[in-house]
Design a protein around this ligand. Structure first.
Ligand SMILES: *[C@@H]1O[C@H](CO)[C@@H](O)[C@H](O)[C@H]1NC(C)=O
Ligand SMILES: *[C@@H]1O[C@H](CO)[C@@H](O)[C@H](O)[C@H]1NC(C)=O
Length: 151
């Protein structure tokens, strides 16, 4: 009984989970990207709430440190999306920690605050995890729209 309920609860996340597309320049792609509450892009980014992403990727080299670079493109304008302390990627790995060796399967939990002042626009967000040499370890793009919380 419990097992059945558990499986039903998990199905949506797996069935519709992978909402990413590739970055430019042939940067390595994650194996899977799940954005909580998003079954298919464009994902709703609710003003005043955090967006939680679970990103699975495999390292292709040894990594001592990583930084998450978020870049938003809206109405043709490209802007850096500040993540603050959430940008210290290695602090948010699940079940592993830095340094990482090559060929490690890693799950990273991304938290992205959506400030109340953000305009209600459609946008694409590029998430690039860069290593100690500023080389991309894993990169993806999610199409999204900023929305207000439903009352
Ligand atoms: C997720 O989507 C990306 C981009 O379309 C694709 O390369 C990758 O293989 C997908 N992963 C899974 C597990 O389907
Ligand atoms: C990485 O990029 C930052 C910011 O652009 C720069 O300050 C730093 O020197 C770069 N590090 C390497 C190893 O290229």
């Amino acid at each position: 009984m419990f097992r059945v309920l558990f499986l039903i609860a998990l199905v949506p996340a797996f069935a519709y989970g992978n909402v990413s597309r590739a970055c430019s320049g042939g940067r390595p792609q994650p194996t899977n990207v799940v954005i909580e509450g998003c079954t298919a892009p464009p994902c709703n980014l609710v003003r005043g709430q955090d967006v939680i992403g679970l990103i699975d990727f495999t390292t292709d080299r040894a990594v001592t440190s990583m930084t998450t670079i978020a870049t938003a493109t809206a109405l043709g304008v490209v802007t850096n999306y500040p993540l603050g302390s959430n940008a210290i990627t290695c602090n948010f790995l699940q079940g592993s920690s830095c340094p990482l060796s090559a060929n490690e399967d890693v799950t990273y939990r991304l938290t992205m605050p959506i400030l109340s002042i953000y305009p209600l626009v459609s946008l694409s967000i590029e998430i690039d995890l860069i290593d100690q040499n500023n080389n991309s370890v894993s990169c993806f793009v999610v199409d999204a729209q900023v929305v207000t919380a439903s009352k």
